[in-house]
Design a protein around this ligand. Structure first.
Ligand code: SAM
Length: 227
């Protein structure tokens, strides 16, 4: 874990009882290395030989999954309607990144890589036109940022309980409790289910992280009448 992390007021748990949602993207492959003269975000397309030379499997270096997943969440009408209370990326190297729901993330992968390299070196990225931190590395574990009454849901195709998301989100027992959704940002594997209350599958098919997130955001938009 990098040192010198800042403790800001917005590191407090997101508000409870407001019916908002928090997303956690788990196990994201965001790893930088000096390739030639510059630091770069390692990925299977640009650094396959570099990764193999260093005894790493290129297939596991897929930061594009995290990029697509973030765009899906940030672009959603759910976020535009102000229902996204917080967004975290937990990397495979145990770095926790807090992302301001208002950030305008680069839409091209190359620019996203540049931004992530900058973030992982400087530990925070400020807005150009103000003091707000749009992205920052914060101390883990991610659970300390959850409201105490939050209901935490983990997602995997291999989960035993298969649900239709539109129906699942309507369950009366959820009430207006804040919801924490944990989705994997990796190509292969399973999310850490040690901190979730429920572990569910939302399709009989294995989906991309972005598509799974689309199902979750769509279901919530329907529940809250966000068109
Ligand atoms: C590319 S998948 C990772 C594949 C991994 N074998 C799995 O199913 O967990 C990325 C993430 O999308 C979510 N996901 C994909 N298909 C899903 C499904 N049918 N049900 C629930 N979540 C799913 C999971 O959170 C998963 O970690």
């Amino acid at each position: 874990m990098p040192g010198g992390l800042e403790q800001d007021v917005d590191e407090q748990p997101a508000g409870s009882g407001q019916g908002g949602v928090i997303f956690v993207l788990e196990n994201a492959n965001l790893e930088t290395a000096k390739v030639g003269k510059n630091y770069e975000l390692l990925n299977c397309d640009d650094h396959a030989n570099f990764l193999r030379r260093h005894g790493k499997d290129p297939a596991l270096h897929r930061p594009d999954i995290c990029h697509q997943a973030l765009l899906t969440i940030l672009d959603s009408p759910l976020n535009k309607a102000g229902k996204l209370k917080a967004l975290y990326v937990h990397t495979a190297k145990n770095v926790l990144i807090q992302i301001n729901p208002q950030v305008r993330l680069p839409r091209t992968f190359r620019r996203f890589c540049g931004l992530m390299v900058q973030l992982l070196q400087k530990l925070s990225i400020r807005a150009t036109n103000g003091p707000d931190k749009l992205l920052k590395v914060v101390k883990g574990p991610v659970t300390k940022y959850f409201p105490p009454d939050a209901h935490r849901i983990g997602f995997s195709h291999s989960a035993k309980t298969l649900v239709a998301m539109q129906e699942w989100v309507q369950r009366p027992e959820l009430g207006e409790r804040p919801l924490v959704f944990v989705v994997g940002a990796f190509a292969h594997g399973k999310i850490d289910d040690s901190y979730v209350d429920e572990y569910i599958s939302l399709s009989q098919f294995p989906l991309s992280a972005a598509y799974a997130l689309c199902r979750i955001t769509n279901a919530l938009e329907q529940k809250w009448g966000i068109v």
